[in-house]
Unconditional design. Sequence first.
Length: 278
Amino acid sequence: MASLRNDSSRPIGVFDSGIGGLTVVKELTSRLPNEQIIYFGDTARVPYGSKSNDTVIEYSIQNTHFLLSKNVKAVVVACNTASSVAIPALQDRFDVPIISMIEPGSAFALSKTKSGRIGVIGTRATIGNKAYSTELLKHIPTLEVFEKACPLFVPLVEEGMIESEPTRLIAQEYLDEFKANNIDTLILGCTHYPLLKKVISSVVGEGVTLVDSGIAAAITVAEVLAEYSLLADLPSQKQNEFYVSDLPRQFKKIAELFLGNEITSLQKVDLEVLTALG
Ligand code: DGL
């Protein structure tokens, strides 16, 4: 059993409340091409960002159980909302490495800022939990951190309205204040937001470094797998597998557009199955 559990050819599990975690999948596949990925998007219960911490923890435990039922060797919580509340509960309960979005994104921002004035955008839950500011200030207490919840960004992405005019107007409404705050670095503290990078950058100005927490997390995944001797030595012969708790046509369409390849393995997981797991 022990040798099976240490088998580095097992897949990496990734979950998000919907399609946002695909921004992490994209980075993982480009940085770790040998790895097979099992993705779960909780499309029936998205959004997590407006739910209570207890509910997000409960869903995260179920999602992790589901990924472990696919024999994954590590779980990437590719959702900042879940990362901001559920990591201790997951790490207590499960004995595989659990990777959060918060520490990698914060470390990346700290390595980029020169002025020490950092903006953070995320869901109401991530911002309300002060996940990033707590982590950032732990390292440098004199930083100026400006946080803003941008709840409309998630439905805009889920609807595929990536570069539409309404998206631009909403981005202006949310982000204009960062100009007055004179930030030099902005953490995209929600896995959906990298899909809006172009619009966000045009509003805050190209001089502001955008921190894609997906890129930062993918670097951490590589480090953690190496630390546990879990990096796949050979290219996986298996396709990535995608699971969702509801099957909106949008998922396949947006996922293929975003990942740039066809998704050949996409299945729906019934909510009754998920809820029975945790
Ligand atoms: N992907 C989630 C996150 O990173 C946002 C979507 C949601 O609210 O569920 O916070």
